[in-house]
Design a protein around this ligand. Structure first.
Ligand code: CP
Length: 326
C-alpha cells in the first residue's frame, strides 16, 4: 500500500479487517517490522484518539514516531502553487514536504476542511499537495472529506460484535447485518468526512444491508453513498437495525450550512426498542445530550469505548501493509 487516504487504496477490505483483528489478538507479533523506520505525524487540527492510537500502533511494529502539531506550532503553510507569499503564510508545502520526506519513511497527516469552498475541500488539495511533494507514502489521519482509519475501525468493531452476538444468536451469521447511519443534531457545522467515509467503506465492504437516514437537506455526496438506501423517516430506517452509527454533519449543498432539521433526531432508548437490540456507534468526540444522550452512551448497547480502542488495530494493520508495501 503506497498511500492510505480512502477505501480505494485497499485491495481487500475483509483481509485488512482480519489482519487488524490478528494484531488485536497478538499486538507484538511483528514488533521488529518497523525497526529503524520513522513515522512523522503532522497535525494541522486537534486529535486525541487518532494521535494516541497511531503512536501505539507504530510502537507495536517497532517504529519511531515523531509528532508535529504543525497547525499550532509550525510555520503557517502555503498550499497554492504559484502563490505570491506576501500574506500570512510563511513556508510553502513544496519546500516543507520534501524535507519531511527525507526525515521520515511514512508521513501521516490530519487536516480538516474549511467548509467554505466545496471544490477545494472535495479536491483534497492539502493532502494531495503532501502526496505530491513528500515523495514517501502518505497516511491520512483524517482529511477534508474522508476518515479512513476511523472507517476501518468501525468495520472491525462491527465484525467483532457480530462474532460476539453469534455466540448467543447464530442466526446473525445467516444474513447480512442491517447497518443504519443516522444524522444527529449538533451546535455547529461539522465536516461530512466521517459520514462520507463510513458510507464509502460499508459500500466497498459489501457485507451489509446499509441505510442512511437524515433530514432533507443533509444529503451526502453520492460518490460515497451510492449503494446505500436513503430513508428520511428515522423511525422507519431504524426498524430491525443491528448497528446504528450516529454522526452529525453539515449540508453538502449549500455547502457547510445547517438547514433546519425538524423533528427529534437524537437517538433514545425508546427509538432503539424497535431495532434488533442494535449496538450504537460513534467516532467520538461526542457532545453529550446534544448529539447522543447519556442513556445511550452509558447504556448496554453502546460500543463507543470498544470502537475507539480498536483504532490501534486499524492503524497497526495499515502501517504494517505500508511498511511491507503490500
Ligand atoms: N475519532 C477521532 O478521529 O478522534 P480524534 O479526533 O480524537 O482523533
Amino acid at each position: 500500500m503506497k498511500q492510505f487516504i480512502s477505501a480505494h487504496d485497499v485491495t481487500n477490505i475483509q483481509e485488512l479487517i482480519n489482519q487488524a483483528l490478528a494484531y488485536k489478538a497478538n499486538p507484538w507479533k511483528d514488533e521488529t517490522l518497523g525497526k529503524h523506520k520513522r513515522l512523522g505525524c503532522l497535525f494541522l487540527n486537534p486529535s486525541m484518539r487518532t494521535r494516541l492510537s497511531t503512536q501505539l500502533a507504530a510502537q507495536q511494529l517497532g517504529m519511531e514516531t515523531v509528532i508535529f502539531n504543525v497547525g499550532s506550532e509550525g510555520w503557517a503553510l502555503e498550499f497554492e502553487d504559484g502563490a505570491i507569499m506576501n500574506g500570512t503564510t510563511v513556508e510553502h508545502v513544496k519546500d516543507a514536504a520534501p524535507i519531511m520526506g527525507k526525515y521520515f519513511d511514512i508521513l501521516a497527516i490530519r487536516t480538516f476542511p474549511g467548509l467554505k469552498d466545496r471544490e477545494a475541500d472535495y479536491g483534497e488539495h492539502i493532502i494531495k499537495q503532501f502526496i505530491k511533494y513528500a515523495g514517501i507514502p502518505v497516511l491520512s489521519l483524517e482529511s477534508a472529506t474522508l476518515h479512513p482509519l476511523q472507517s476501518l475501525t468501525d468495520l472491525i468493531t462491527i465484525q467483532e460484535s457480530i462474532a460476539h452476538t453469534a455466540l448467543q444468536k447464530p442466526d446473525i451469521l445467516e444474513r447480512k447485518p442491517k447497518i443504519v447511519l443516522t444524522w444527529a443534531p449538533h451546535v455547529k457545522a461539522l465536516p461530512q468526512c466521517v459520514a462520507n467515509s463510513f458510507a464509502q467503506w460499508v459500500n466497498a465492504w459489501g457485507q451489509a444491508e446499509f441505510i442512511i437516514t437524515h433530514p432533507k437537506g443533509y444529503e451526502l455526496d453520492e460518490q460515497f453513498t451510492n449503494g446505500a438506501t436513503i430513508e428520511y423517516d428515522q423511525d422507519k430506517a431504524l426498524e430491525n437495525a443491528d448497528f446504528i452509527y450516529v454522526k452529525n454533519w453539515s449540508a453538502y449543498h449549500p455547502y457547510g450550512t445547517l438547514p433546519p432539521a425538524g423533528g427529534e433526531w437524537i437517538l433514545t432508548n425508546e427509538k432503539i426498542r424497535h431495532t434488533c437490540n442494535a449496538r450504537v456507534m460513534h467516532c467520538l468526540p461526542v457532545r453529550r445530550n446534544v448529539e447522543l444522550s447519556d442513556e445511550i452512551l452509558d447504556g448496554p448497547n453502546s460500543l463507543i469505548t470498544q470502537e475507539a480502542s480498536n483504532r490501534v488495530w486499524a492503524a497497526q494493520a495499515v502501517l504494517s501493509n505500508m511498511l511491507q508495501n503490500k
